[in-house]
Design a protein around this ligand. Structure first.
Ligand SMILES: NC(=O)c1ccc[n+]([C@@H]2O[C@H](COP(=O)([O-])OP(=O)(O)OC[C@H]3O[C@@H](n4cnc5c(N)ncnc54)[C@H](OP(=O)(O)O)[C@@H]3O)[C@@H](O)[C@H]2O)c1
Length: 250
């Protein structure tokens, strides 16, 4: 099956490293032009340069997705550069704490919910308004296996369960405008974000015991799924949660 994103414009948040970078590069390889977003511009420019080296267009926008004014900047710059937005990958997220539910603080709650859920929703809302003007588009919200099974990151898990519902709401309410929305839920993936988990031999063993396919995911596993969900090959799929987790959730 050949998947093409030729002529499409995609915004990918958290594209300076890890899963977001892999998704941005795979989308470019499939023909899309990109808006790559994260807070720190230096690594982001490297992603943009790799995309341009493939012959695609890319702009790098430094933005904190937890801030509404930064969200407005991202959408304005995308419109200015390309005149439209076809694909949004809401990938940036945070988890600054390993506290248990008994020890969790409201400060951690605010920081996690602000980016993982509020920023994700309001970026999607701003992009959906542009997609509506141009006949539709595709939203991919990156959640986690932790959004369907509680794990050792309690507030993060709650935020990701919220992401799963946000996707269903978007899919239902924006379908009349030609917008599809799906959730991509990674299992343990080899990135900086989760190194404290897969890098810990005891936790690594628990993950392996629970994962039928017996490996940690590579960011490329997520990129392959994201390109399918962004493409016309998934044109009748909306509101679904794709668990790319080697079977961990079962
Ligand atoms: N890795 C895993 O095992 C795993 C498992 C399940 C789900 N996930 C999910 O997959 C997604 C990507 O995770 P990852 O592992 O690739 O993480 P990562 O390697 O830590 O990358 C996170 C990216 O998000 C950006 N970012 C962080 N805070 C931001 C903010 N406030 N505004 C804009 N950008 C921000 C970072 O760049 P800057 O620092 O420059 O902002 C970076 O580009 C997340 O939604 C995560 O919850 C990951």
């Amino acid at each position: 099956m050949e998947i093409s994103l030729k002529g499409k414009v995609a915004i990918v948040t958290g594209a300076s490293r890890g899963i977001g970078k892999a998704i941005a590069l795979e989308m470019a390889k499939s023909g899309a032009d990109l808006v790559v977003v994260s807070r720190k511009i230096a690594d982001l420019e490297k992603t943009a340069d790799e995309i341009k080296a493939m012959g695609r267009k890319a702009i790098a926008v430094a933005a904190h997705i937890g801030r509404l004014e930064d969200i407005a900047t991202v959408v304005a710059k995308a419109k200015e550069a390309y005149g439209k937005i076809d694909i949004l990958v809401n990938n940036a997220a945070t988890n600054p704490t390993m506290d248990s539910a008994l020890d969790a603080t409201d400060r951690a709650w605010d920081s996690i919910m602000n980016l993982n859920l509020k920023g994700l929703f309001f970026l999607a809302q701003a992009v959906a308004k542009v997609m509506k003007e141009h006949g539709g588009g595709v939203i991919i919200n990156v959640s986690s296996v932790a959004g369907v099974t509680p794990d050792i990151l309690p507030i993060y898990s709650i935020s990701k369960a919220g992401v799963n519902m946000a996707t269903k709401v978007m899919a239902q309410q924006w379908a009349p405008y030609g917008i599809r929305a799906n959730t991509l839920s990674p299992g343990q993936t080899k990135t900086q974000f989760s190194e404290a988990l897969w890098g810990n031999p005891d936790i690594y063993k628990v993950i392996m015991d629970r994962t039928p396919l017996k490996r940690i995911a590579d960011p490329q596993d997520m990129a392959n799924a994201a390109v399918f969900l962004a493409s016309d090959k998934s044109s009748f799929i909306t509101g679904q949660n794709f668990l790319v987790d080697g079977g961990l959730s079962i």
